[in-house]
Design a protein around this ligand. Sequence first.
Ligand SMILES: *Cc1c(COP(=O)(O)O)cnc(C)c1O
Length: 457
Amino acid sequence: MPDPKSKSALKKLPSVDALLRTVDGAQLENDYGHDLVVAAIREVTGDVRRKVGREGSTIPLPEIILQDVQLLLQAWTRPTLEPVINATGVILHTNLGRSPLSAETISAIQKAAQGYSTLEFDLESGKRSSRYLHAEDLLVRVTGAEAGLVVNNCASALMLILAALSNKRRTLVSRTQLIEIGGGFRIPEVMAQSGAILEEIGTTNRVHLRDYQQAIEELPIKLVLRAHRSNFQLVGFTSEPTLEEIVKVAHQADIPLVDDLGSGALLDTAQYGLAHEMTVMESLAAGANVVCFSGDKLLGGPQGGVIVGRKDLIDKMRQHPIARAVRADKLALAGLAATLLHYLKGEAEKKIPIWQMISMDLDLIEERARHWMRVLKTGTLVQGESAVGGGSLPGERLPTWLVALEIKNPDQFLALLRRSHPPVIARVEDDRVLLDPRTVLIQQEGALLVELQNALV
Ligand SMILES: *Cc1c(COP(=O)(O)O)cnc(C)c1O
């Protein structure tokens, strides 16, 4: 029970209406809308009431109450999906949204978002058309495949491919490729969900061509799947036939081969000092009948699942009910088309942020790091490594220059940086905070330095 003194004090607590009638209250109502402001006032005045009752504290002035209301409203309405500065040096950072987009891609997405579009409309005939057309011509031109199809992501692409082509029958896959990619994506589980029957061959470390031959001779195999290992390496006592060899065996029995490439490189990673990653074109040239890959890994576009390959097989997928369930939205289609155009025009390395990062000149990275240290008036230049990330090129590293900050409590400093606006994501190694210029977008550099200066004082 509140004592009589606090009871009389509570009478002085302004009412919701009184608070709304003040200048500050009216401003908040204008900014956030009536109902939300009332809810926030109730929450704050409820706290005041409890405090006065319990601790006998005095009633704050209306301005003070409204300040708390404003803080609460800010917290309630702050977007949870916030832009951050990625100073980790991991280029395709899955937790940070994989690939940033090119200016042209952003503009295409914005145009598609702003109004109506020809998503499923043919201007020539004035009749309904298909959303699948938009990226297809470009995909065909860029990859040389017969046909193409874009769905929601690579996981759903694989699901659709297996559902449409395996027809609930046996799909052959090697145990060396029964991978888990992260976020609960496990090849065997996706296969089971698609209705395909998984026919495993080989062992975890070794599979031979005769394993493929034997299974195909003995069982009614409908499809052969090859999955890119993406996030780990097979080393030691291992063996795997090449894609060409598997294709040959499958084709002799008239069985289509599906290659889940995952990251889907369209450029040769070897020209940047990385291991060579099989490109989509190479997979097709090796004879894969269907190839699938993500839109936001090494392609450097928006989220999407790209499928290219034989026309009759792609047609089967288009007609399958799952296609409707996993279809790409207009924003992704607009963005993907704009990104693909960079490849077609031979300007991918220049225009697509992830390729700019992969190909970034070491001298430029050093120059940027030195500039940061001059502005910050602290830090040491150290050699280090950046990673491609995102389930692409596991174990591969790019040499880089890092700014190392000697901080008493580095983990606390990282936490402080995460709370800045925009949040800065960095890493700690050997008790030092490390910042990699490679993954910091040029237009974010100013903001980064301001936040670092604030955190360093
Ligand atoms: C990343 C990856 C996927 C999943 O791609 P999402 O676009 O994230 O759905 C599927 N297969 C392989 C081999 C991958 O590397």
